[in-house]
Every structure is written in C-alpha cells, then in structure tokens.
Design a protein around this ligand. Structure first.
Ligand SMILES: NC(=O)c1ccc[n+]([C@@H]2O[C@H](COP(=O)([O-])OP(=O)(O)OC[C@H]3O[C@@H](n4cnc5c(N)ncnc54)[C@H](OP(=O)(O)O)[C@@H]3O)[C@@H](O)[C@H]2O)c1
Length: 278
C-alpha cells in the first residue's frame, strides 16, 4: 500500500489529477495549497505558500513522497524546501518542462543533490493549453493567432499524472528523467481543426502577424519578456513535426491519450451556450 504523499500544486491542472489517481491507488493524500481548495473530502489540506520560508515544515511531517510543482521563475527558496522535504520524505517527483528553461535546469540540479530519491518529469505542451482558445471559439468559431504551423505533441494532463503516480509510489524510477508527450504531432491549426470536428461546428484558424499578437498580449498586461519567449518558442516549432516519445506507455503500460480524446472530455468548454430568447 502506498503511504502518505504530499501534493503541491494540488489545485492545478496536473496536481488535481495526481491527487485523484493517488486516491484511486489507495494512497493518503495531503494537498498543499494557499487557499480554500475545492478538493475531494478524502484529501487532507495543508495550507501554506511555497514562497514563505518554513511554510512546508508541518506539511511534510509523516509523508513518504512529495509531488513538487515549483510555480516560480526562480529557484530562490527551493533549496530550503528540499532540505525540509529530505528530513521526512524518501522521494520527490518534480514537474519540470521539456523546454528546460534556466530556472527549471537549476531546479533539476538542486533536486538531484537533495539526498532524496528523485524523478524528473519533462512534459511537452499540455493539451489543456487549448482552453485558452475556448473563449474565441465559443464567441466566434475562430482563433486569431500567429504561427498556425507551429507543431507540438500535446500531452493529456492525466497521462502526466499517471506517470507521476507511478514514480511516487513504485520503486524503479529513481534518477529517471521522463520526457512526456502525447501520441501525435499536431500543428496549432490542426488542433483547432480537431476541436471543430469534435464539437461538430467548423472552427477557423485565422493567421495574424506575431507583431499583432505581441501588441495584444502586452495590452492584456503580460510581461514583455514572457511574451517574447512564447512567440520565439512558437516560431521555433514551425520547422517540422514535434517529437513524440514512448515514455507515457513505457511507464504506465497504457498508450498516451490523444488530443482528440482530451477535446472530447472537455468539449463543453468550446461549445457556445444556447441563448434563451427573452
Ligand atoms: N502548460 C504547459 O504546457 C506546461 C508544459 C510543461 C511544463 N509546465 C509546468 O507546469 C507547471 C504548472 O503546473 P500546472 O499547470 O498543473 O499548474 P497550474 O494549473 O498553473 O496551477 C498552479 C498551481 O501552483 C500552486 N501555487 C501557485 N503559487 C503557489 C505558491 N506561492 N505556493 C504554493 N502553491 C502555489 C497553485 O495552488 P493554490 O492556488 O491552490 O495555492 C496551483 O495548484 C509549471 O511549472 C510549468 O512550467 C507547463
């Protein structure tokens, strides 16, 4: 039987699924959150903020493993968090990123030296990122963005969670770095096409210029550095198909879920709500 597991980011896209799958596996789950989390009743809540020193102290008592989401663009404070975790837990599974940006590389190094048994997950783009298109698709049946030919292999958050749960609860994953993708490379325009097919309504990709997109994102208050990073990354994805790995299936024994299956599960988000005539 798996023991008690501390899940950070438990209210987020991946952590919520990790929590559910751990409960299904019979683990005791303690969720670390800053707020009033809407989590299953079987989950024990530990309130705290990862940016506040000492905040994790009580939360890691009696846990066997920690699922770590580090939601900051700096590793400041991470060393102390890992030292606290290492006093109690045996394992850590860190949600990194296939992009391995500088702070993620630094975090991975700290984790490797933490004294804990570690596993690093490097997922590619989450399928759930498509939710950013839900508003325009509901309103106009169109997505206006640059780089429609940018290709990615979107990974279902449940598959990331399934790999995490194996690494948190089983032996044999210490020192592993898993690069996680969905089963297929799809351009952004193709992803939007899949959404249209699943909801039974055509959805157009309308290509805009990167300059136009940059202006709109800045107007919405996004930091310039982040905007430029996103646009640069998308430009880099237009050169050909995205890599597809077998890691999800190798670790879990089940084929990685398709983007189409993710859209089918989340179709309500993209369907226009029928107006009741007044
Ligand atoms: N989106 C992608 O395509 C992609 C791809 C690869 C990797 N990633 C990585 O995935 C991670 C994000 O995971 P996600 O999408 O599952 O999360 P998310 O949905 O963005 O949710 C963020 C989580 O972090 C927690 N959190 C935020 N600030 C916190 C703080 N100061 N102290 C404690 N908890 C805090 C939130 O918990 P509360 O609000 O409950 O406190 C929430 O559960 C990032 O590190 C990102 O780089 C994303």
């Amino acid at each position: 039987m798996p023991g008690r597991i501390l899940v950070t980011g438990a209210t987020g896209t991946v952590g919520r699924q990790v929590t559910e799958l751990l409960l299904e596996a019979g683990a005791e789950v303690r969720a670390f959150t800053r707020g009033q989390a809407d989590l299953p009743p079987a989950v024990e809540c530990a309130r705290g903020d990862l940016s506040a020193p000492g905040s994790l102290d009580a939360a890691v008592e009696g846990v066997e493993a920690v699922f770590l989401v580090w939601p900051f663009a700096t590793v400041e404070g991470l060393g102390a968090v890992l030292a606290t975790a290492a006093e109690h837990a045996r394992r850590v599974v860190y949600l990194s990123s296939a992009a391995v940006r500088e702070h993620e590389r630094q975090a991975e190094r700290l984790i490797e030296r933490s004294g804990l048994e570690w596993t690093v997950l490097r997922p590619h783009a989450f399928a759930a990122n498509a939710l950013r298109w839900a508003g325009p698709i509901r309103a106009e049946g169109a997505v206006r963005e640059p780089y429609g030919q940018a290709a990615m292999s979107p990974v279902h958050e449940r598959d990331i969670a399934a790999v995490a749960v194996r690494a948190l609860t089983e032996a044999g994953h210490a020192g592993a770095v898993y690069e996680l993708t969905g089963p297929q490379s799809l351009t952004q325009a193709e992803q939007v096409g899949v959404i249209g097919e699943v909801i039974g309504r055509p959805v157009r990709w309308e290509e805009t210029s990167p300059q136009d997109a940059r202006r709109r994102m800045l107007a919405r208050g996004w930091p310039a550095q982040a905007v430029d990073g996103i646009l640069r990354a998308q430009a880099g994805m237009t050169i050909g198909p995205a890599p597809v790995t077998a890691a999800v299936e190798e670790v879990t024994g089940d084929a990685a879920r398709t983007f189409r299956s993710w859209v089918a599960e989340n179709a309500h988000a993209f369907r226009a709500v029928a107006r009741v005539p007044s």
